[in-house]
Design a protein around this ligand. Structure first.
Ligand code: HEC
Length: 136
């Protein structure tokens, strides 16, 4: 069993070293992070991508992989506190498409993005931002 574990680590490590398997490759293949960055302008009134100045919404630093409702000191809705999932491509696309469908009772008043390509682009940007700020 140990040997198999080691083998897996070597294979994954090798793939990472070759740069052939960045952790969030799937959405980046579909989305265009540069276009996503422009779409993020729709979020900036309420969100930052760092712990910077306090806005109406929680900061989105290290968003990918974060548990919903987890920024310390931010007062989330009860609905978001009760949410048990993590932010990944699927949960983000669902939330940004229709916030109240994924988290009924969320306080994020945002009409939603209904264009699949735009959702892919925005999530690709959030993934790049997560990687670039050195998050897992
Ligand atoms: C009008 C202000 C506003 C806008 C615009 C807005 N949000 Fe939000 N967002 C919020 C608020 C408020 C919350 C907290 C929701 C709650 O507690 O239910 C939130 C929560 C979130 C969360 C959950 C974070 C966590 O810590 O679990 C994500 C992800 C998110 N927003 C992404 C976005 C993105 C991406 C956009 C742009 C497409 C956007 N939001 C636009 C106000 C906004």
């Amino acid at each position: 069993v140990k040997a198999i574990g080691l083998l897996i680590i070597l294979v994954i490590g090798g793939a990472l070293a070759l740069g052939s398997a960045p952790p969030f490759v799937s959405a980046q293949e579909q989305g265009d992070a540069a276009r996503g960055e422009r779409l993020f302008n729709r979020c900036k009134a309420c969100h930052t991508l760092s712990e910077g100045p306090r806005k109406m919404g929680p900061h989105l630093q290290c968003l990918i992989g974060r548990t919903a409702g987890a920024v310390e000191g931010y007062r989330y809705s009860d609905a978001m506190i009760a949410a048990q999932f993590q932010w990944d491509r699927d949960t983000l696309e669902a939330y940004l498409r229709a916030p109240n469908n994924l988290v009924p009772g969320t306080r994020m008043s945002f009409a939603g993005i209904h264009n699949d390509q735009q959702l892919d682009d925005l999530v690709a940007y959030l993934e790049v931002a997560t990687i670039e700020s050195g998050c897992e």
